[in-house]
Design a protein around this ligand. Structure first.
Ligand code: AMP
Ligand code: MG
Length: 325
């Protein structure tokens, strides 16, 4: 049975399980990760098996600092040093050439590896005590809503023997920005809380944002297109105006209204985008558990500056795919 455990004992137990090749769910500032020893191909294979993740979708390697990142990366460019110093620990993943130590399963057979240092004391303590990198895809069945609380993980894997280390509710609430540093110029493959403008400021050069729905990107970063983050209850993304016609059987996830127009269930969202991002997966989980036969998500509030714009775009990608049929 999946079990939630907190405190230093949880980290010690987690380290022991990781070194024996088992999986351990752990908190990060973005979402909960399904951890495994990144240098153990069998443990990595179990991550794909437990999530039901397609083998062509590569995993992110989590490290506790830049030095550990350099153990899995073949060439560590100046840009990586600048970005790591500016944003790590934090929700920025760097795609770089991999060393031969990195099992092929992690990178889906490719020559590059995605690496990041999470900003969460529990994640950092776990990786530091383990003293080796761990993979950490979101701790949910492939395609389902990402987990932002330990209960989300436990409920998704209730029947499995899985240690879930408690780290409370995730602060950022959506997945990291994925930045490809292997091309001629830096390119964002997945948008997140850290926007292109902040990366450009640090690097002093242009940063492309590749539209995740472009077919050519499927080859560069599989897992970035198609349905994902989906509740089991059919969900749709609606405008403020459309909300007025919601039937009572639709659970609403909305920020601009105070009650459901037809008297059904309403999950109220924050109006600030950072808080909205933090709350969205929890709201989708809650909507999925409720008795509604559909979930209507109101389009998120609009952005008022560049930081908010980055979050709004990242949210749009998540919600478009969560509601895609
Ligand atoms: P997840 O950890 O489930 O949030 O997903 C990790 C995302 O990072 C996936 O969507 C991958 O497409 C992307 N990713 C992981 N490794 C690489 C890589 N080597 N090159 C490009 N994208 C990657
Ligand atoms: Mg995921």
């Amino acid at each position: 049975m999946a079990e939630i455990v907190a405190g230093p004992e949880a980290i010690a137990l987690g380290v022991r399980l990781l070194s024996e090749g088992y999986l351990v769910a752990f908190p990060t500032e973005t979402v909960y990760g399904l951890g495994a020893d990144a240098l153990n191909p069998d443990a990595v294979a179990s991550v794909f098996a437990l999530k039901g993740r397609p083998s062509h979708n590569p995993l992110i390697v989590h490290v506790s600092d830049e030095a550990m990142a350099q153990r899995v990366v073949r060439n560590w460019p100046e840009a990586a040093t600048k970005l790591a110093r500016a944003f790590w620990p934090g929700p920025l993943t760097l795609v770089l050439p991999k060393t031969s130590d990195v099992p092929d399963a992690i990178t889906a057979g490719g020559d590059t590896v995605a690496v990041r240092c999470p900003e969460h004391p529990v994640a950092l303590a776990l990786i530091e005590s383990f003293a080796k990198p761990i993979v950490g895809p979101s701790a949910n069945p492939s395609g389902y809503i990402s987990p932002t609380t330990p209960e989300h993980v436990r409920d998704a894997f209730a029947e499995e023997d899985l240690l879930v280390i408690d780290g409370g509710h995730c602060r950022a609430g959506i997945e990291s920005t994925v930045l490809d540093l292997t091309g001629d110029s830096p390119a964002i493959l997945r948008q997140g809380v850290i926007g292109a403008h902040r990366i450009a400021e640090v690097l002093g050069c242009d940063v492309q944002v590749r539209a995740a729905h472009q077919a050519e990107d499927e080859a560069r970063s599989p897992g970035l297109i198609g349905a994902h983050y989906q509740p089991r209850t059919p969900a749709r993304l609606v405008s403020v105006d459309e909300l007025a016609s919601a039937p009572s059987s639709a659970v609403l996830i909305a920020w601009s209204i105070e009650s459901h127009p037809a008297g059904g269930a309403l999950i109220t969202m924050p109006q600030r985008l950072a808080a909205y991002a933090q709350a969205i997966y929890r709201a989708l989980h809650e909507g999925d558990r409720s008795r509604g036969d559909q979930i209507w998500v109101e389009s998120p509030p609009s952005a008022s500056d560049d930081d908010e714009r980055a979050i709004a775009e990242a949210l749009h990608e998540r919600l478009r795919r969560a509601t895609q049929r």
